[in-house]
Design a protein around this ligand. Sequence first.
Ligand SMILES: [Zn+2]
Length: 352
Amino acid sequence: MCRKAYEADGTFLSQDSIQEYCDYVLKLEDPRLEEVFPDCLNDVSRRVFNSFNKFRQLQSTSKEKLVPPSPKSSERYGSFSYPKFKRNVRLEVEGKIWLHGIGEVKCVVHRRIDGAPFSCTISRSPTGKWYAVISFIQNNESESKISPKGDNPVGVDLGLYNLAVFSDGTVYDNKKLFDKMVSDMAKIQRKMGLYEVGTAEHQRYKRRLVHLFEHYNNRVKDEMHKRSTEVVETYSMIALEDIDVKEMIEHYHTRAGRRSQSTAAWRTFVEMIEYKADEAGVQVVFVNPMFTSQVCSACRSFVHKGLGVRVHECPICGLVLDRDVNAARNILRIGLGMQASVTGNRNSRISI
Ligand SMILES: [Zn+2]
């Protein structure tokens, strides 16, 4: 209905009218909807409204005509929400969660809730695992488990070859894990290719592929957790790249598939560092990464190099350094400058 309204005369429907459509029209068409818990249905109209609202904002800033959001297949719709926690969710019995309309479900609690919960989203992973994600307002200033001890600021360069390279020369790479994943997946894909689409064997390998992908994703996330904690523990100030700008630069240089994969990993890593630093009272500065790999970190001359050139060799001052370490040092220098003069714009967003 939202699409039709937009395509007919460019109008956007209010959340109330989407809700009314759901309550009075859809419910008549499909009586099964009567059985769905009302708060969850409200949440669906909220999601539809939000995605159209986002589209509206994008459209207002874009010169081109954008395609409005389209419906997801039921297979891809893997979650539902309880927007009102108190009424619908209970966590009174240890190891169990009670959900309105479903009842008591066994669960494993990963994190203690220290505050007032306000919403709960139940989601299903591609391999059929179920998660309850609970949002809550924290009671007090959180006690960070991380105690920063460093007195050394650091710059971080995010890369395609290595996840992150630090201005002091530390390297975090995911290469081994990534290579193993690619070769494991290729093996399964080869076997899958021997069978016709739709056969039981094909399905079996497809399931295996999904499992493998989830397994590696979990391992990468686990690695990132360990490393982001380490970063916050080690350094007193962390200068990171502004990912939005970084993405634009990458988009210019690389093909789309690889780009989205790497920026997704960067975003996760940066978000982890940001919130852990915030809790531990470590400062994070976001730097515009433009030209950080081209400029010499010692004498600031411009030394042009293509993507394939892995070593920075300065013809002016003679500095020879790994390309990414040179970039990380530039990021640190800009970060320290910004720390001194904090202004209000996006690129000097500061988290204390
Ligand atoms: Zn130089």
